[in-house]
Design a protein around this ligand. Structure first.
Ligand code: RBF
Length: 160
């Protein structure tokens, strides 16, 4: 049976908590920039639509997804942000490199969530090919950047 594909970005904006007064850091990778820029812009658009001020969104780019760990780590340790969104796109190639990068970034960002008090949102898309990445960065399956922004809004709204 074929797996049904959902556009998870069809969220009800009125149900996302307001981000008014919140500060967000977005770190994004330059590898596969066609994809990561679209994810980044989707995240920004959704944050702005939910009350975040443009000047409260800080952007930083890093060369590849592996560097998201360092970038997000620096943002978290600066204590300047209420949440940090890490955006990257890893596309499977012919070597096991894909697995190492995905594993490394997942572990690295997970560690930040455990060790520090700023939620780090996992915006790494990991696909078998470019088409799957396009479908998830503003294509027929929505934009995972939007979902990262909504997730950040929820995490920041919680009184932990
Ligand atoms: N970075 C990405 O963000 N996405 C990729 O698909 C990706 N593929 C890579 C494949 C190979 C063989 C190598 C060597 C690097 C790749 N990188 C990719 C870059 C990686 O995240 C990192 O920037 C470099 O390994 C330098 O630390």
């Amino acid at each position: 049976m074929a797996t049904e594909l959902h556009n998870l970005s069809d969220y009800d904006a009125t149900k996302a908590p307001s981000g008014k007064g919140k500060k967000i850091g977005i770190v994004y990778a330059e590898w596969n920039s066609e994809i990561t820029y679209a994810l980044r812009d989707g995240a920004i658009e959704t944050l702005l639509a939910n009350g975040v001020e443009k000047e409260d969104i800080a952007l930083a780019s890093v060369p590849g997804s592996f560097e998201l760990i360092y970038g997000a780590s620096q943002m978290v340790k600066s204590n300047k942000y209420d949440s940090v969104i890490a955006i990257g796109c890893v596309i499977r190639g012919d070597t096991p490199h894909f697995d190492y990068i995905c594993e490394g970034v997942t572990q690295g960002l997970s560690q930040l969530n455990i060790l520090y008090n700023t939620p780090v949102i996992f915006g790494l898309i990991t696909t078998n090919n470019l088409l799957q990445a396009q479908e998830r960065s503003g294509g027929r399956l929505g934009n995972k950047g939007d979902e990262c922004a909504v997730t950040a809004l929820h995490m920041m709204a919680q009184d932990w």
